[in-house]
Design a protein around this ligand. Structure first.
Ligand code: CP
Ligand code: NVA
Length: 313
């Protein structure tokens, strides 16, 4: 099975085997990195990274990861390139394809990324859209595997706003046979089409994806509690109304007690302490959010190497 020259836009597009391959290669690359073993699978290659939204983790992990693989990353944002001045996506795609070996893009519209990929002749990696955040969700599977070994049959409970993270986690859990409950209030459920597709995938792998607005009912017996901000990038104007609607949807000590005693807590970060998660929980012994953040590096290196390297990994 080969991911070579493919795009990584949605976990839904990946086969069960391809997800397993990414996790397996990530484990190997993490081991190599930790042991100082050479792994320059992308020597002489160039990655263009387009950011139309802010980022700390995604930018630094992609840039560092590509460099560690022997390649040269180039950072573009809206104000320093023609992207923000309205150059058509289809032109950007074809121009960058003449120079570089891959494109990573973080932007608002998911359709802009699919359009970019349809015109580009080099792999395109989705670094977050309003709809999905696949590199984060694949990293989350990897982190859960490190802490829980087996993914199949586990229960992940997502608490809060049904956003790009929730959507990608539904796709991710469905691919690996992990049960997921989205504890989201009415009106803040995840995307209905993504939910439908994830439920169909879940049937194949023998797990269930559910939406349950009753938070404490949802959290019962969870192996993983996961949350993300109440207002995502682009929703800053809705902060007040979102605080009102999502105010009860917090991972705190009381909710954690509803989960399994050995449950782990994940958050893609950045976190808003006192909103979707308490200081006590995020800094507590069950929180593995910094392992999770580190793993962005290893999993994205696996993705880039699998899409862009001619070598067998
Ligand atoms: N989790 C994540 O994608 O973080 P950044 O917004 O800092 O890239
Ligand atoms: N849902 C958040 C994730 C940030 C990594 C956002 O889109 O802003």
């Amino acid at each position: 099975m080969s991911l070579r020259n493919k795009d990584l836009i949605s976990i839904h597009d990946l086969s069960v085997g391809e997800v397993a391959t990414i996790l397996d290669v990530a484990k190997k690359l993490k081991h190599k990195q930790k042991n100082g073993e050479p792994h320059q699978y992308l020597k002489g290659k160039t990655l263009v990274m387009i950011f139309s939204k802010a980022s700390t983790r995604t930018r630094v992990s992609f840039e560092t990861g590509f460099f560690q693989l022997g390649g040269h990353p180039i950072y573009l944002n809206d104000s320093s390139s023609q992207v923000g001045r309205g150059e058509p996506v289809k032109d950007t795609a074809r121009v960058l394809s003449r120079f570089a070996d891959g494109i990573m893009i973080r932007t608002f519209s998911h359709e802009a990324v699919t359009e970019l990929a349809s015109y580009a002749t080099i792999p395109v990696i989705n670094g977050l859209t309003d709809l999905l955040h696949p590199c984060q969700a694949l990293t989350d599977l990897f982190t859960i595997m490190e802490h829980k070994e087996v993914l199949k049959g586990r229960k992940l409970v997502y608490v809060g706003d049904g956003n790009n993270m929730t959507n990608s986690l539904m796709y991710a859990c469905a691919k690996v046979g992990m049960n997921m409950v989205c504890a989201c209030p009415k009106g803040y459920e995840p995307d209905s089409e993504v939910y439908r597709q994830a439920c169909a995938d879940a049937l194949e792998t023998g797990c269930r994806i559910e939406i349950e607005p009753d938070l404490f009912k949802a959290a019962r017996g969870a192996d993983v509690l996961y949350t993300d901000v109440w207002a995502s990038m682009g929703q800053e104007g809705e902060q007040t109304i979102r605080k009102e609607a999502l105010g009860d949807y917090q991972i705190n000590a009381k909710l954690l007690q509803t989960a399994r005693p050995d449950a782990i807590v994940l958050h893609c970060l950045p976190a808003h302490r006192g909103e979707e998660i308490t200081e006590e929980v995020i800094e507590g012994p069950q929180s593995v959010v910094f392992d999770q953040a580190e793993n962005r590096l290893h999993v994205q290196k696996a993705i880039m190497a699998l899409l862009m390297s001619e070598e067998k990994l």
